[in-house]
Design a protein around this ligand. Structure first.
Ligand code: GDP
Ligand code: IMO
Ligand code: MG
Length: 429
C-alpha cells in the first residue's frame, strides 16, 4: 500500500474511523493532521465499539500513531482518551503515540469563548461542538497560541497564560458578561497535565520523514468533511480548519509528493450535525427512517444528525477539491428496503439550475434540489462481501456515484463492524 489520505466528502461522520481502522492493517503509521476533539470516530471490532476523538484510529491495529502540528489538542481530553483506551487494553504508551511539539493546545478559555459566543449568537449560532476548536485556531492565527513545546519551558508557559488571560478576561467580563478565569489555576492544572504528556511530545514532521526514508507507509486520517472546510465549505457554518486532503501536508509536516492516494469517504446518503444549509435535508418519514436505521446520533455531542438524500453537487465538488483517486461508500446497508432512492443533480434558483456550490449562504438557503430517482432494493446486503453479489439495483446506484464523481469505487461498507466490508480487487496493490 502507498501513502493514503482519508477524507470525508460531505459534512462529517461518513465513517472515516471505521475505514482508517480497516486500512491501518496495511499501514505502518497513522496520522491526524487537522481538527481536534470535535471529531468523533467510531470503530466496531468483535462487537465492541470504541470512539476516538484525538488518538488516530490506527491505534486498535497497534500501528504507531501521530498527532500532527495542524491538530488542536485539549490536554484534558487527550489524557482522558489515553486512560479510556488503556482501560480497553489498547496500548497508548509514548512508544505508540506522538504529539507534535508544534500542535496548539486547547485551553479552558477557548472552551469558555466557544460557549459564550454561541450563547450570544442565539438562533444564529453555528451549532459548534463547544470544544473550543475555533477559538484555539483563532489564537494560533493571531500568534498567541500555546503549543505543546511550551510544556518544556514552564516559565514561558506561565507568562503566555497570564498575558493572554488579561485580554480574554476583559472580554469575558465586559463583552460576554460571563465569569472570568484565574490564570494561576490554569497554570497549576496544565503544568500537572504536562508532566504526563511530555513523554509523548516529538517533532512529528522529522519522525514521519525518517519513517518514509525507511519505507514506512502512512495513512493520513482526516476529520470533519470537505464541506466543513473553512475555505471551501458552507462558510460560516464550517469548522475552523482546512479539512481537504491538501492540508495533510501542512498539518503533518510532509511534502505534497508524499501523498499517493486520496480516498474520499461517501456516506450513501447525507447527514449534517449542527447548523447550516443542507439542500437535500428530509423532514419526512424517509428522513426519520435514515436517522433511525443509520443510528445517526453525533459520536461527540450525541446530537441527532439531520438526514437527507445524496447530493451530486456535494460529491462532485469533493472529488475536485481533494483530487480524489478513490471512493469508499459507507452505510449502503442503511438504504436496504427503500422503494426508491433519490440523488440531487442540481439546485433550482430563481428559475435557473445551479450545478456547482454557490458561495452565498443566502442563495443556498433559497435553492430547491432537483432529483433523479433510482429504484431501490429489497435485499439485506449487510452479509455480502463480494461486489458482484450486490443486487443489480445496488450496483446501478453505485455506478451512478462513479459517473457523478468521475472516481472509481474501491471499497463499500455494509455495516459498522470492521469486517462488514466489500473490498474491490487491486486496492492494496
Ligand atoms: P466518522 O466521524 O466519519 O468516523 O463517523 P462516525 O463514527 O461519527 O459515524 C459513523 C457511524 O456509522 C458510526 O456509528 C459507525 O459505527 C457507523 N458505520 C460506519 N460504517 C457503517 C456502515 O457501512 N453501515 C452502518 N450501518 N453503520 C456504519
Ligand atoms: P468527524 O471527524 C460532523 C461541525 C459542528 C458544527 C461545525 C463547527 O466526526 O466527522 P466546531 O466545533 O468544529 O467549531 O463546529 O462543524 N462538526 C462536525 N460535524 N462531524 C465532525 O467530525 C464535526 N466536527 C465539527 O457540528 O456544525
Ligand atoms: Mg464523527
Amino acid at each position: 500500500m502507498s501513502n493514503i489520505v482519508i477524507v470525508g466528502t460531505q459534512w462529517g461522520d461518513e465513517g472515516k474511523g471505521k475505514m482508517v481502522d480497516l486500512l491501518s492493517e496495511h499501514a505502518d503509521y497513522v496520522v491526524r493532521f487537522q481538527g481536534g476533539n470535535n471529531a468523533g470516530h467510531t470503530m466496531v471490532v468483535n462487537g465492541k465499539k470504541i470512539i476516538s476523538h484525538l488518538v488516530p484510529s490506527g491505534i486498535l491495529q497497534k500501528k504507531k500513531c501521530f498527532i500532527g502540528n495542524g491538530v488542536v489538542v485539549d490536554p484534558v481530553v487527550l489524557l482522558d482518551e489515553i486512560d479510556y483506551l488503556t482501560e480497553n487494553k489498547i496500548d497508548v504508551s509514548p512508544a505508540m503515540l506522538k504529539i507534535s511539539n508544534r500542535a496548539h493546545m486547547i485551553m479552558p478559555y477557548h472552551r469558555h469563548v466557544d460557549a459564550a459566543r454561541e450563547l450570544k449568537k442565539g438562533d444564529k449560532k453555528i451549532g459548534t461542538t463547544g470544544r473550543g476548536i475555533g477559538p484555539c485556531y483563532e489564537d494560533k492565527a493571531t500568534r498567541r497560541g500555546i503549543r505543546f513545546a511550551d510544556f518544556l519551558e514552564p516559565d514561558l508557559f506561565k507568562d503566555k497564560v497570564r498575558t493572554i488571560l488579561e485580554e480574554k478576561n476583559f472580554y469575558f467580563k465586559n463583552y460576554f458578561n460571563t465569569t472570568t478565569i484565574d490564570p494561576e489555576e490554569v497554570i497549576d492544572l496544565y503544568l500537572k497535565l504536562g508532566e504526563r504528556l511530555i513523554p509523548y511530545i516529538d517533532d512529528v514532521s522529522l519522525a514521519l520523514a525518517g519513517g518514509m526514508n525507511a519505507g514506512k507507509k502512512i495513512l493520513f486520517e482526516g476529520a470533519q468533511g470537505s464541506h466543513l472546510d473553512i475555505d471551501h465549505g458552507t462558510y460560516p457554518f464550517v469548522t475552523s480548519s482546512n479539512t481537504v486532503a491538501g492540508n495533510a501536508t501542512c498539518g503533518a509536516g510532509v511534502g505534497p509528493g508524499s501523498l499517493n492516494e486520496i480516498f474520499g469517504i461517501v456516506k450513501a446518503y447525507t447527514t449534517r450535525v449542527g447548523g447550516g444549509p443542507f439542500p437535500t435535508e428530509l423532514f419526512d418519514e424517509t428522513g426519520d427512517r435514515l436517522q433511525e436505521k443509520g443510528a445517526e446520533f453525533g459520536a461527540t455531542t450525541g446530537r441527532r444528525r439531520r438526514c437527507g438524500w445524496l447530493d451530486s453537487i456535494v460529491l462532485k465538488s469533493a472529488a475536485r477539491l481533494n483530487g480524489l483517486t478513490g471512493l469508499i461508500i459507507t452505510k449502503l446497508d442503511v438504504l436496504d428496503g427503500l422503494d426508491e432512492l433519490k440523488i440531487c443533480t442540481g439546485y433550482e434558483y430563481q428559475g435557473n439550475i445551479i450545478t456547482d456550490f454557490p458561495p452565498s449562504i443566502k442563495i443556498l438557503e433559497d435553492c430547491t434540489p432537483v432529483y433523479e430517482t433510482h429504484p431501490g432494493w429489497s435485499e439485506n446486503i449487510s452479509g455480502i462481501r463480494n461486489y458482484d453479489d450486490l443486487p443489480e439495483n445496488t450496483r446501478k446506484y453505485l455506478k451512478r456515484l462513479e459517473e457523478i464523481s468521475g472516481v472509481g469505487i474501491k471499497i463499500v461498507s455494509v455495516g459498522p463492524e470492521r469486517d462488514a466490508t466489500i473490498i474491490r480487487e487491486g486496492v492494496f496493490n
